[in-house]
Design a protein around this ligand. Sequence first.
Ligand SMILES: *Cc1c(COP(=O)(O)O)cnc(C)c1O
Length: 364
Amino acid sequence: MQINNLSEKINAYEAKIKAATSRVIDSGWLVLGPEVKRFENLFAEYLGAQYCVSLANGTDAIELSLRALGVESGDIVATVANAGMYTTTALLAIGAIPFFIDVDLTTRNTTLKEVQRALDAGVKAVVVTHLYGRATPEIKEIAQQCALHGVPLLEDCAQSHGASIGDQRTGTFGDASSFSFYPTKNLGALGDGGAVVTNRNDIAEKVARLRQYGWSSKYCVEYGGARNSRLDEIQAAILAVFLPDLDAANERRRHIAKRYSLEIKHTEITLPPIGSADYVAHLYVIQSSKRNLLQAYLKGFGISSDIHYPIPDYRQPLFKDKFAEIGLKNTERLCSEILTLPCYPEMNDSLVDQVISAVNAWEI
Ligand SMILES: *Cc1c(COP(=O)(O)O)cnc(C)c1O
């Protein structure tokens, strides 16, 4: 059993995907055309935001939105260290310096207290990642504190498409938000894709320029830190096919996650809290001090699992001992104890049953 199964999704949508791709190919307009505009409008509307500027991938979305928010080389920016190095990679591309903040052991997301610590240290911007599809519980309060300090807040929503707190979707609390449409994300294209979402007209305009060489008009380069980072028309058309079903797909993910949280019963395993609209179950991540034994055991049953993510950003070999003095307690514990179980919308009940019985029968 795989941790994900994209062919099942592609098969289910085959006719619609083919209709969308033929429409684009027949039109002869392949980059930054009407399909991109249409998807950007649909996605902004879905989130309840003013602007969506699509890009080539989610890492560019982090980098270009931070540049638009005024982050420059040498600036210090707050980020968690348990989210796979994506934000840190974007910071390194800018020449900015990460200020690593810890996460809560239960939600695996950062807290107001940790953001406050970063604000007190004088960071230039804050990035909050809604990890595994769970909206950061204190995001509203974090946004208020950042605003009070005049420090821009970027939400990384690459794993939280559609998650909401109250009636507000993640991606609409901060100054801007970044999304990835990598195929396995909750809203995934059939290739790479990303977007910046914002209610600020100035940020939307800057990102739109940064995605196309820094042009203020054709062939006139006015902005530094730019590149070519565009979503293509075919991917935009495919995303517009998947978007109307995003809430239903999230509901199915949530249902599977809820079954795991209710039916897995094991003294060596800690389960994540059952979520409601705040949790779109991008990844279902359990915790055990004997995680490696459990992973090997599941493999024996043909059940794939994975570790998202095994190395805190500040311990990546790239940094050698640059961050040797940094040790975030919860981040490190999670890195050594977490394990991701299969959870995706096309996963059928009998596969879910198999995972539950295998885990419950684990003897150590
Ligand atoms: C996938 C992901 C990204 C990066 O997106 P790409 O499209 O792969 O560049 C950024 N942040 C998080 C939390 C992600 O899961």
